[in-house]
Ligand binder design. Sequence first.
Ligand code: 48F
Length: 259
Amino acid sequence: MLDETIISKAILETYNKKLISCLSLDVAIAGAGPAGIVASYYMARKGLHVAIFERKLSPGGGMWGGGMMFNQIVVQANALGVLDEFDISYKEYQKNYYVADSVEAMSKLLAKATSTGVKIFNCISVEDTVVINNTVKGFVINWSSVGIANLHVDPLTVKSKYAIEATGHPLEVLTVLEKKACAKLKTKTGKIMGEMPMNADKAEKDTIKNTKEIYPGLFVVGMAANAAFGGPRMGPIFGGMLLSGKKAAEMIIKKVGKK
Ligand code: 48F
């Protein structure tokens, strides 16, 4: 006989244990799009304690839908190493344009990240940062449903050595930080510069270049990096996203190693 109470208890006790084990992290990531997931995997592979907080029910961000819901993605040659690392299959379409199935790609990114130890908390939004001595030291989190229902409910907090802003186009975490902490960012203007119109070639290069520690303790990756530094959008080509995640991971691994 299966007991409903045991089913509920199993979920509640193990979830609480999982969340409590993530209250103090090496790296907290806001947003489970391709850039955040790739970053999480490369850091977890090196033994860092990493969790991602994702607003939506399904992690994966903008990759599932390919381009305009045609669920194929394009990746350029310099990012094929990341596809290989995640065992994602692809075919050459023409020189330097490779195509992959977006559902296979995202499923495998998620599978490999989680099986390497990354904890992904879906249905949780990052609504603010913890800032101590002008350094980001974690995230303020709440159930996404609290925001959707506009309920006045206080959040909880996770602390981390480093944090990653990976919320994509809306750049939510950095926007709140800039506004609340009057933070001077490491952009040309010291402010968020805003996303520019489509220019795939420039955008893909910029995404990697703009992957930086934009404020002490806070890195920007993926589309958020271009939105922060005034880079263009690129549409359904994903090499920049994958390489941006990998670059942030390498930068943070070095920093954590130095401590
Ligand atoms: O948008 P998203 O996929 O960002 P990305 O990893 O990749 C961008 C591409 O998908 C595509 C593109 C280029 O190919 O332009 O758009 O940079 O993933 C961002 C994730 O962050 C979540 C959001 O639901 C999505 O899954 N997110 C956004 N705001 C918050 C959040 C928040 N405040 N808290 C938690 N998650």
